[in-house]
Unconditional design. Structure first.
Length: 145
């Protein structure tokens, strides 16, 4: 038991010796320079534009899905009010297809608007000249939205 504990303690100590330099601050190179106030304000404006656009796109998507769900609910309730099973099946098939098409279009619009926001952000950041040495923007962060 002592051997296992000793081994684990040694392994932990060795791993921290090698891992700590990763977290050390960079003291030379472009990232250590102080950024000009214009670069900072330019980058902040680019972030504001990007994220405001993405927030709007998510709001539009959520509204479109809400409308699609409301229409689906009402249409399916109406379908179940029909007399014959064949009429119910036909109506349900039509309503499911319409719902799928609506949600798919909303999802595509969201994806396109996020891509446009990130492309514009990339253009805006390049115009800031200097802020790109600090952060590497990653549009995949928003892929889960």
């Amino acid at each position: 038991m002592k051997k296992i504990a000793s081994f684990l303690l040694t392994a932990f100590a060795a791993s921290t010796l090698f891992a700590l330099p990763i977290y050390a601050e960079e003291t030379s190179g472009p990232a250590s320079k102080t950024l000009a106030p214009e670069v900072v304000s330019c980058t902040q404006a680019a972030i504001e534009t990007r994220d405001t656009t993405i927030i709007g796109a998510v709001d539009t998507y959520a509204s479109a899905v809400k409308v699609a769900l409301t229409i689906r609910r009402d249409a399916m309730k109406a379908a179940w009010g029909k007399a014959k099973p064949s009429e119910i099946r036909a109506a349900l098939k039509t309503y499911w297809a319409a719902y799928k098409k609506s949600v798919s279009a909303a999802r595509k619009a969201l994806k396109d608007n996020k891509a446009k926001a990130w492309a514009q952000f990339s253009t805006d950041r390049k115009a800031c000249k200097g802020g790109d040495t600090v952060e590497t923007a990653n549009p995949l962060v928003d892929s889960a939205l």
